[in-house]
Design a protein around this ligand. Structure first.
Ligand code: COA
Length: 317
């Protein structure tokens, strides 16, 4: 099917610490570190989502030794793009000077894994040789900065990967959706139609924290166990689990339930917070550039979030 031949990431320069947030809402560094595991996050001060996506894409192309004209598709994911249309994918295509088709997938924090699944389908048609996938978010633009239960959690950034059909490293995947808006919701601008009578919630991230927490732990454990069982593997065979970075305590709970060490999970939430669709490709890029992944290593990517949607995949590096 495909394997990953290059990774890239970009985060804005501006660092916002927990102490700085404590000057804006009633919170403190100790609470955020203990309950969520975040010390700081990057916040965009002047870059749109598509510009961050482009910078991560450039890194991934360079890492893959690949040119924009080599790409057969560009797939992006975002819940915080500057425009509904053109999509972030179309803007990345323009900024790169590529000419291939480009489209966007919306599956919130699980979206990077839905991009891989979509790419697998395009490769299966036999027409694509190289596909660029990018998760990019300016979540700071859709946060209620007076709500301490959400504004402390999220950050901005982008992560990208180049996929190639010359080897099969995408071994198995699980994708699940429990549709509904009662746990996590990002309402859209309702518009100003004089004919429309319904009201919507404010266009920011709304989240039932504890419900999300429980759902996340269950989803991670169940998806990982499914992949291990279906592929006759044990956790000891897996070099790294790369989870969506939402809350360090979610990972602590999952590791305990899976009876494995927390070290099996790659975590960088301390420095970036939750960057939604960008969190897994950012983590992958850090692992890749640090030389922590060897050819032949098994890794599992696992994600959960709005939709509700959760997904995981087994990759051979
Ligand atoms: N700073 C200080 N205190 C805070 C706070 C903050 N930023 N946010 C909430 N609190 C307070 C609450 O008001 C509450 O106080 P009380 O006991 O006096 O009523 C107390 O801390 C505990 O609140 P609770 O909501 O039970 O905290 P929690 O341990 O569930 O943590 C989250 C809240 C949001 C961090 C946690 O539920 C979480 O991470 N959930 C998953 C979110 C997630 O993964 N989202 C992304 C999905 S992709």
């Amino acid at each position: 099917m495909f394997h990953i031949i290059g990774t890239g990431m970009y985060v804005p320069e501006r660092i916002v610490t927990n102490d700085e947030l404590a000057t804006m809402v009633d919170t403190n560094d100790e609470w955020i570190r203990q309950r969520v595991g975040i010390a700081e996050r990057r916040i965009s001060t002047g870059e749109w989502t598509s510009e961050m996506a482009y910078k991560a894409a450039l890194q991934a192309l360079e890492n893959a030794n690949c040119k924009p004209e080599d790409l057969d598709y560009i797939l992006t994911a975002s819940v915080s793009a500057e425009c509904v249309s053109p999509s972030t994918a179309c803007m990345v295509q323009k900024l790169l000077g590529a000419t291939c088709p480009a489209l966007e997938v919306n599956a919130a924090c699980s979206a990077f894994l839905f991009l891989l699944e979509t790419a697998a389908g395009l490769f299966a048609r036999g027409k694509a040789k190289k596909i660029l996938v990018v998760g990019a978010e300016r979540l700071s633009g859709i946060l209620d900065w007076s709500d301490r239960s959400t504004c402390i959690i999220f950050g901005d950034g982008a992560g990208a990967a180049v996929l190639s059909n010359d080897k099969d490293g995408y071994l198995d995947s699980v994708v699940t959706v429990h549709g509904g808006d009662d746990v996590i919701k990002i309402p859209h601008f309702t518009g100003c139609s004089p004919f429309f009578t319904k009201e919507n919630d404010s266009p920011y991230i709304h989240m039932q924290g504890q419900e999300t927490f429980k759902y996340a732990v269950n989803a991670i454990c169940s998806d990982i166990n499914t992949l291990l069982e279906r592929n006759s593997l044990a956790l000891d065979d897996i070099r790294y689990i790369v989870p969506h970075q939402a809350n360090k305590r979610i990972i602590d709970f999952a590791a305990k339930r899976l009876k494995t060490s927390e070290d099996k999970f790659y975590l960088n939430i301390e420095h970036y917070g939750n960057t939604s669709s960008a969190s897994i490709p950012i983590a992958l890029d850090e692992l890749n550039r640090a030389g922590k992944l060897q050819s032949g290593d098994y890794i599992i990517l696992t994600a959960f979030g709005g939709g509700l949607a959760n997904a995981a995949c087994l990759i051979r590096w």
